[in-house]
Ligand binder design. Structure first.
Ligand code: XUL
Ligand code: CO
Length: 438
């Protein structure tokens, strides 16, 4: 078997004092935290597109990284080499899942029938490797944003013909997800949005997106897909207005169209911050609606206004994320590193450093979130904060037994409220620091 990353050994846990760049400092897969192994808390996934396809091209310059894997790019030989390289990468890191778009796997042909044939061929290879290694598919999706035909949208397109191509791509991607035993199927609405109202019928476009999703659910269930469908909210980029702006917007849309039983959220950290929210806000909104499904683990840059898809290094954010995940009882999905190296970090070694960084960051987040829960002061503060609703008139309100007349009479009898109770934000921030840095 050919080895693509010869300079990189299998990555092992060596502990926080290790200076070995090819070792985990915090991610100890077998370590038990709150009754579960780290690797069960953190089902990490490799994103096919960033790891095996993205080579550093940006708007200002071409590839800096070599992802040819000793083949000619754009050929099926390249597609097959990517499979072998991808599995070597995951095995060396102990990553047990991968995520893919259809067109990450094979070069798109001029005729969709030929593209589908190539997809059948490559997924046979994938299946073989999955059986050999025990590595699994977290989720699949269809790329309905790169091909120029989707410039006016996929589900939101003005062209019925293009709509059929979107349906055909989803149909095939669902079949492949089922073939590979994927746990989920993602809709990220890359071109589902608009630039100007002068040429857009929002209502019509949104209804058509819902129709496409309904057909996808019906078809998926008919071919044995029992997993979750996900919406991955994002507020902007590539479109000025994306319809799935944030979790609240996407959840409202799903409820409006009766899709909420089949869908959950796939929350991406960098998308959350682009929407003007914290990552943990998006996770909490999903969780309280019973829709926290999966996570695209990455981070943005507060100085840049776009989706930089960096590997996570921010332990503070990862801790608050894992706090939400633990409180929600874990994810049904996993943690997909929808993340890429910075353009000048262009070697295979950098690729592994990036994954080690991301996995260690989430391991630390998990350890610290568990400590925060055990510490109990934040929970205790929140419980105390809403204490007035546990008895007397408060209890009556939350049991839906109170009337407006009664509440108004209660207020009149008091004449004035007590001193307002402090929110104690600085005290609470201090707790986080004391747990993080002890
Ligand atoms: C784009 C993005 C996508 C989705 C899958 O911002 O996050 O890669 O995760 O289409
Ligand atoms: Co993503």
């Amino acid at each position: 078997m050919k080895e693509y990353f010869k300079n990189v050994p299998t990555i092992k846990y060596e502990g926080k004092d290790s200076k070995n760049p090819f070792a985990f400092k915090f991610y100890d897969a077998e370590k038990v935290i709150m009754g579960k192994k780290m690797k069960e808390h953190l089902p990490f996934a490799m994103a096919w597109w960033h790891t095996l396809c993205a080579s550093g091209t940006d708007m200002f310059g071409r590839d800096t990284a070599d992802k040819s894997f000793n083949t000619e790019k754009g050929t099926m030989a390249h597609a097959h080499a990517k499979v072998d390289a991808g599995f070597e990468c995951m095995q060396k890191l102990g990553i047990e899942y991968f995520c893919f778009h259809d067109v990450d796997l094979v070069p798109e042909a001029d005729d969709i029938k030929e593209t589908n044939r190539r997809l059948d061929e490559i997924t046979d290879h994938l299946l073989e490797k999955m059986k050999e290694t025990g590595i699994k598919c977290l989720w699949g999706t269809a790329n309905m944003f790169s091909n120029p035909r989707f410039m006016n949208g996929a589900g939101s397109t003005n062209s019925a013909e293009v709509y059929c191509f979107a349906a055909a791509q989803i149909k095939k991607a669902l079949e492949l997800t089922v073939k590979l035993g994927g746990k989920g199927y993602v809709f990220w609405g890359g071109r589902e949005g608009y630039e100007t109202l002068l040429n857009t019928d929002i209502k019509f476009e949104q209804e058509n997106i819902a129709r496409l999703m309904k057909m996808a659910v019906n078809y998926g269930r008919s071919i044995g897909f029992t997993g979750d469908f996900y919406i991955e909210p994002k507020p902007k980029e590539p479109m000025k207005h994306q319809y799935d702006f944030d979790a609240a917007t996407a959840i409202g849309f799903l409820k409006q169209h009766g899709l909420d039983k089949d869908f959950k959220m796939n929350i991406e950290a960098n998308h959350a911050t682009l929407a003007g929210h914290t990552f943990e806000h998006e996770l909490r909104i999903s969780a309280i609606n019973g829709m926290l499904g999966s996570i695209d683990a990455n981070q943005g840059d507060y100085l840049l206004g776009w989706d930089t898809d960096e590997f996570p290094s921010d332990v503070y954010s990862a801790t608050l994320c894992m706090y939400e995940v633990l409180k929600a009882g874990g994810l049904t999905g996993g943690f997909n590193f929808d993340a890429k190296n910075r353009r000048p970090s262009n070697t295979y070694e950098d690729m592994f450093h990036a994954f080690i960084l991301g996995m260690d960051t989430y391991a630390l987040g998990l350890i610290k979130a568990a400590e925060l829960i055990e510490d109990g002061r934040i929970d205790a503060f929140i419980e105390e904060k809403y204490n007035s609703f546990t008895h007397g008139i408060g209890k009556k309100i939350v049991s839906n037994e109170a009337t407006f007349e009664e509440l108004a009479a209660y207020a009149e009898e008091l004449g004035q409220t007590k001193e307002p109770q402090s929110g104690r934000q600085e005290y609470l921030n201090g707790i986080i620091n004391s747990v993080l840095f002890r």
